[in-house]
Design a protein around this ligand. Structure first.
Ligand SMILES: Nc1nc2c(ncn2[C@@H]2O[C@H](COP(=O)(O)OP(=O)(O)OP(=O)(O)O)[C@@H](O)[C@H]2O)c(=O)[nH]1
Ligand SMILES: [Mg+2]
Length: 197
C-alpha cells in the first residue's frame, strides 16, 4: 500500500464525537509509551503528524486519521501507565472499551508490545477480548532496534509462545530503522482490502 494522503480528522472522547464516515478502520493499541504514535508516523511517513513524547501518557484522546481518503487509522490512548491520576485512568479505560465495542467500521487492531517486555494482564485481556469478538489483530513488537538481531528473534519466539500465537502473526518493528513497516502495511491492506489504485 502506498500512502498518498493523510488527514487528521478529529480527536474524540465519546462516541458522539467519532467521525461519521464508515471507511474501514484500523486501531493501534498498547501500553503507554510503547510507540503507538511513532508507529503511525512511520507508516504514514510523517515525522510529527502524530504527537509523540518520551513521557508516557502523551496521547489522551482517541485520534482519527484518514489515509488516501479511503482508510481510517485510530491512535488510542495507552493503557497501563501507573503515574497518571486515578481519575484520568478511570476515564481512559471506558474510553477505549467503548470505542472497541461500539465502532462498527473497526476491521482490525494492531496491538503493540515493547519487545523487551513480557505481555502482562492488560495485553492478555486485550487478546482475550479480540479473540472473543473474532476481531482480526496483529501483534507488533516495537523498539526492536534496542536489541541485537539474535535477541530480537529470541524475544519474538518467547512472546509468541506466551501469547500462544504463530510466528507470522507477530511482527518485529522499529520506528528508528523502519523495520517491519512494509509488512505491517501489507497486512493492513490484506485486512481492509484497500489498495492504492
Ligand atoms: N528506539 C526506539 N524508540 C522508540 C521507538 N518507537 C517509539 N520510541 C520512543 O518511545 C517514546 C514513546 O513513543 P510514542 O510513540 O509517543 O508512544 P505512545 O505509545 O504513543 O505513548 P502514549 O501516547 O503515551 O500512549 C518516544 O520517546 C519515542 O521516540 C522505536 O521503535 N525505537
Ligand atoms: Mg501516543
Amino acid at each position: 500500500m502506498i500512502i498518498k494522503t493523510v488527514n487528521f480528522v478529529k480527536s474524540a472522547v465519546k462516541s458522539s464525537q467519532y467521525p461519521e464516515y464508515d471507511f474501514p478502520e484500523i486501531a493501534f493499541a498498547g501500553r503507554s509509551n510503547v510507540g503507538k504514535s511513532s508507529l503511525i508516523n512511520t507508516l504514514i511517513q510523517r515525522k510529527d503528524m502524530v504527537k509523540t513524547s518520551s513521557k508516557p501518557g502523551c496521547t489522551q484522546l482517541i485520534n482519527f486519521f484518514l489515509i488516501n481518503e479511503i482508510l481510517s487509522f485510530v491512535d488510542l490512548p495507552g493503557f497501563g501507565y501507573a503515574r497518571v491520576s486515578k481519575k484520568i485512568r478511570a476515564q481512559w479505560q471506558p474510553m477505549v472499551e467503548y470505542y472497541l465495542s461500539l465502532r462498527q467500521n473497526l476491521l482490525g487492531l494492531i496491538l503493540l508490545i515493547d519487545i523487551r517486555r513480557n505481555p502482562e494482564k492488560e495485553e492478555f485481556e486485550m487478546v482475550d477480548w479480540l479473540e472473543a469478538h473474532k476481531m482480526p489483530y496483529l501483534v507488533v513488537l516495537t523498539k526492536s532496534d534496542k536489541l541485537s538481531k539474535a535477541k530480537q528473534v529470541k524475544r519474538l519466539l518467547s512472546i509468541c509462545s506466551q501469547l500462544e500465537r504463530e510466528k507470522n502473526g507477530v511482527i518485529l518493528f522499529s520506528s528508528k530503522t523502519r523495520k517491519g513497516r512494509d509488512v505491517i502495511l501489507e497486512e493492513i491492506e490484506n485486512l481492509t482490502g484497500t489498495c492504492d489504485d
